[in-house]
Design a protein around this ligand. Structure first.
Ligand code: ATP
Ligand code: MG
Length: 297
């Protein structure tokens, strides 16, 4: 954790510039949130639409800090045995069988570290060097699981009845992501710092495209970002995220396009990258795309 002086005005800017160097463009608000999560040792809850870089920021933070990323992907039915720890029953049984001839094996030996399967939460608090712990899509897990998580996130310790309590020596940076599948409990929100990650503004999105696909020429990059920003203002079921924008840019560049206004067929052919439902595909016929391209050409 950083010292008091490091919590000054420029620390979050160091997060921002450090992330930019490794190709993740974070705006001021997200950079501040990440810095505070690190400085205060509090989990950070990131909410926002699909494909805006919530998962990726955890990966980028781990890379920036030169530490490991430990990821817990949440899903319906996720339970403590998959998230925290479980005993390796198969190995325990084998040990019991193997020791039958020699008079058996003690219970203490069976419930020792050797037979413990560490799952991501236990793994993250056991490390000497604190990792970044990504608890991805927490809103997909059940409320019951949220309750387990609350315990872990408030104390950063896990009690294993047979072994004792494991306490984090230094807290991992915890990033939780959600995109509104269900409401999260107030108790969980209270324990976390919070940042809403929205679609980026034009300038930020251009910077992301330049960071991720530097081979794309400035004019085409401006057109791509302008059209995607325009599409997000149309009545669509699923607005294209940053991931879709990057796919589209790669597709256009692969087809040798260098000016959208000269390549209507390529634009139509590559909309598969941007529009992900039949209704959205219908909502963006050639006329609509021509209009959007006309505004940015
Ligand atoms: N700010 C950013 N800087 C650089 N690349 C970004 C940024 N945001 C998103 N990306 C790119 O977009 C891709 C999609 O982002 P990511 O998977 O993190 O979205 P998400 O918000 O987790 O979406 P979902 O809710 O669907 O899981 C990333 O792999 C990354 O390449
Ligand atoms: Mg994600």
């Amino acid at each position: 954790m950083e010292s008091k002086e490091d919590m000054g005005a420029t620390s979050w800017e160091r997060v921002k510039s450090g992330l930019a160097e490794i190709g993740y463009v974070a705006d001021d608000r997200l950079s501040m949130a990440l810095h505070l999560a690190q400085a205060l040792g509090r989990p950070l809850l990131l909410e926002g639409p699909a494909g805006v870089g919530k998962t990726e920021v955890a990966r980028a933070m781990a890379q920036l800090m030169g530490t490991e990323l430990i990821r817990l992907q949440c899903y319906e039915g996720l339970d403590a045995s998959h998230a925290i720890y479980e005993w390796n029953y198969q190995r325990q049984l084998l040990a019991i069988r193997a020791s039958e001839a020699t008079g058996g094996v003690s219970e203490a030996a069976l419930f020792s570290e050797d037979y413990l399967l560490r799952r991501p939460l236990l793994e993250a608090i056991s490390r000497a060097v604190p990792p970044v712990l990504l608890i991805d899509e927490i809103d997909r897990a059940d409320e019951e699981f949220e309750a387990y998580l609350l315990e872990v996130l408030s104390e950063f310790q896990i009690t294993i009845p047979e072994l004792g309590t494991v306490t984090a020596q230094s807290r991992p940076i915890v990033v939780l992501t959600a995109n509104g599948t269900r409401d999260l409990s107030d108790a969980l929100r209270r324990r976390c710092l919070y940042s809403y990650v929205d679609y980026p503004d034009r300038e930020t999105e251009l910077a992301i495209l330049q960071a991720r696909a530097p081979q794309i020429e400035a004019r085409l990059a401006r057109q791509i970002v302008g059209v995607v920003q325009g599409l997000r203002r149309e009545e669509l079921e699923k607005l294209p995220g940053i991931a879709e924008m990057l796919d589209w840019a790669a597709a256009l560049s692969g087809l040798g396009v260098n000016d959208l206004s000269q390549s209507p067929d390529a634009v139509q052919a590559t909309l598969v990258c941007l529009l992900k439902t039949a209704a959205d595909r219908d909502a963006a016929p050639r006329e609509v795309m021509d209009r959007l391209i006309g505004k940015v050409a």
